[in-house]
Design a protein around this ligand. Structure first.
Ligand code: FES
Length: 109
């Protein structure tokens, strides 16, 4: 069984934008979701489970499964399948549970 991605970009090569993923500069199709752009570049590991650390990747592509959570420009919990890709985005894998509120960062004090 082939491990090649089933996803093919619809945008022409001259209609692309540049984003950063985990410090890597990527040229991705424009006018698609961030999840589609990452998959088109062969990125299949976009987050790590908060429960067991297992890698996760976009699954439903319609905002239902939350498997595509990433950090965009320092902001956690972005559903990559619902976020349009835009030039200059800095994207990181979401690792574990994201802090939901500033008072949770320091624990009990
Ligand atoms: S891929 Fe399921 S919510 Fe984004």
């Amino acid at each position: 069984m082939s491990a090649d991605s089933l996803f093919r970009p619809l945008a022409s090569e001259d209609h692309t934008v540049h984003i950063e993923f985990e410090g890597r500069l990527l040229t991705v199709p424009a006018e698609v979701s961030l999840a589609a752009a990452l998959l088109a570049c062969g990125i299949r590991h976009t987050r790590e489970s908060a429960i067991n650390g297992r890698p996760g990747a976009p699954y439903c592509m319609m905002g239902a499964c939350f498997e595509c959570l990433v950090e965009v420009d320092g902001q956690a919990n972005a559903q990559a399948c619902l976020v349009p890709v835009r030039s200059g985005m800095r994207v990181r894998r979401q690792r574990g549970a994201a802090c939901l509120a500033p008072w949770q960062e320091g624990g009990d004090e």
